[in-house]
Design a protein around this ligand. Structure first.
Ligand code: AHG
Ligand code: MN
Ligand code: MN
Length: 288
């Protein structure tokens, strides 16, 4: 089991080892935070300016047995002058974020905040080639992604949003929506960067005590930096993901990200629900 009580597959652990070994070979890396490791790992005696790397070594690992796309997600920040090695990185400290997706092609998608670039692995030369410069997320979309098997646990805002998408042209949205769910956040975000869309993994009645499903430091933060640098938006419904202040290493959060027009609509619905006193629960009550 990993620190979140989820089953670790052999490849989760192998990916963690490969990633950690590779980072340890870089003398600028001081601290590692991994989904698979309970505590912060000090690679060396921490000094101001050292990089802090938070990562999910293998994302979407339930897809391994069925040979669907999985990936690796990471975010990089720096240890501040006089910095406490135990201080958790905050969204606004992030210098760089990226993911690798292991699909029909292997791609590395990176941002340092200004823009997002995609590089395809050329297996012949073993180099990453810039194939997708300046990736941008379309503001409008007709595609949403959510694990619909959890519908009975959703709050009213998510229930209404998805119902309206499914009603398509005969509902209040007046247009048809398509749905996708790959159970691999890397694959969902990659699709959204390529052709737009909105992704939701909300806190719901079943996961509320754990604070949601997705992890803030090494899933939500890096994807939020990427999505925002590509012109999209990432929120927990109420607060921009990058403005959430972490209070535990493996903290989870609600996530709504992707095409700006849809994320704005969902955030506005949460605001409206809160104003009218409907019960919406966006804050985690405990941290998993
Ligand atoms: P991980 O494989 O690192 O544990 O992450 C899986 C995450 C995320 O990638 C995906 O969006 C979500 O869990 C899938 O959840 P469901 O199993 O509820 O579909
Ligand atoms: Mn993951
Ligand atoms: Mn993982």
């Amino acid at each position: 089991m990993n620190p979140q009580g989820e089953v670790q597959r052999p490849l989760d652990l192998m990916a963690d080892e490969v990633f950690a070994r590779s980072c340890a070979g870089n003398s600028s890396v001081g601290i590692l935070i991994s989904e698979e490791v309970e505590e912060v790992v000090a690679v060396k005696a921490a000094e101001a300016g050292d990089f802090v790397v938070s990562y999910d070594p293998l994302d979407g690992s339930s897809n391994l047995d069925v040979d669907l796309s999985v990936g690796t997600i990471f975010a990089i920040s720096r240890l501040a002058e006089g910095g406490d090695a135990e201080r958790l990185p905050q969204g606004q400290d992030l210098l760089c974020a990226g993911y690798a997706i292991y699909g029909p092609s292997t791609m590395l998608v990176l941002t340092t905040g200004g823009r997002v670039d995609g590089f395809c692995l050329d297996p012949e030369t073993d180099t990453f080639v810039l194939t997708h410069p300046d990736m941008r997320i379309a503001r409008e979309t007709g595609e949403f992604a959510i694990n619909a098997s959890r519908r009975r646990h959703w709050d009213g805002v998510v229930q209404d949003y998805v119902a309206q998408c499914i009603d398509g042209p005969i509902g209040p949205r007046g247009k048809a929506f398509n749905m996708r769910w790959t159970a691999s956040m890397v694959a969902e975000v990659h699709r959204i960067l390529i052709r737009g869309g909105v992704f939701l993994y909300p806190i719901d009645d079943e996961n509320r005590t754990r604070g949601g499903k997705l992890r803030l430091l090494y899933e939500a933060y890096p994807m939020a930096l990427i999505v925002e640098a590509a012109g999209g938006r990432a929120t927990n419904g109420k607060t921009d993901i990058l403005r959430i202040v972490p209070d535990s290493l493996h903290q989870r959060t609600s996530v709504v990200l992707g095409s700006g027009a849809e994320v704005d609509r969902i955030a506005a619905a949460y605001e409206q629900a809160e104003r009218s006193g409907d019960s919406v629960h966006l804050r985690q009550e405990t941290c998993g």
